[in-house]
Design a protein. Sequence first.
Length: 253
Amino acid sequence: MTRDVFGAFDEQVRTRLSELQSIAQSGGFDEAVEVMVNSIRNGGVLQAFGTGHSQAFAMEIAGRAGGLIPTHAIALRDTVLKGDRPASDLKGGLLERDTNIADELWGLHEFHPEDVFLIASNSGVNGSIVGIALHAKEKGHKVIAVTSLEHTNAVTPKHPSGKRLAEIADVVIDNLAPFGDATVPVGDGGVLAGAVSSITAAYIAQLLTLGTAARIQEAGETPPLYLSANIPGGDEHNDALKARYGERIGSMA
């Protein structure tokens, strides 16, 4: 039984990653890559946001070895670390559904007109996600969404605007996760395990990073990429490039 579910999950993951690879190879990510390249060339920062497990997408985009340096992750915990909320507010999932939290988050960071927002949410309907997307659009920023189209189209929006993330974004990338995210039946009663959205979102983040870096390289420029801080010369390389952006990219390393 255990080996059966391992094999079933492997098939679910491999099938989706293969499809994402095909989409990327056929140009399905080109529009998003072009938006990211233009932002970087114009001095912009790629602002990544996700809540719940979609925070992992923001971590893949911003501040990691092999990633683009002009990146910054926005997180709900910023309302505690930079704002006035108590740490207890981070417990549970209420904050990500708060339709007013976007106002708080927006006031805690420095955004420039050239910045682009990459927002990940499997459901694409929670208040914080939709709120940040709406703020970004109102301020004239491009928004790239990574979401499950199957899931988001099957649920009711929770933001007062009545909108889903996919309906706000300039570019929408389907993470190919099914409704409910889990993929493999375990036991009786139709219970499923084996969620895939974190895996596909991380893969999408890396494809976008690679595509952007390659496009910059093809234009005869040097892509601004992080080296691991745990190899010789990594800190020096990173610090020199990070200095161009200062506090706009925070203290990510």
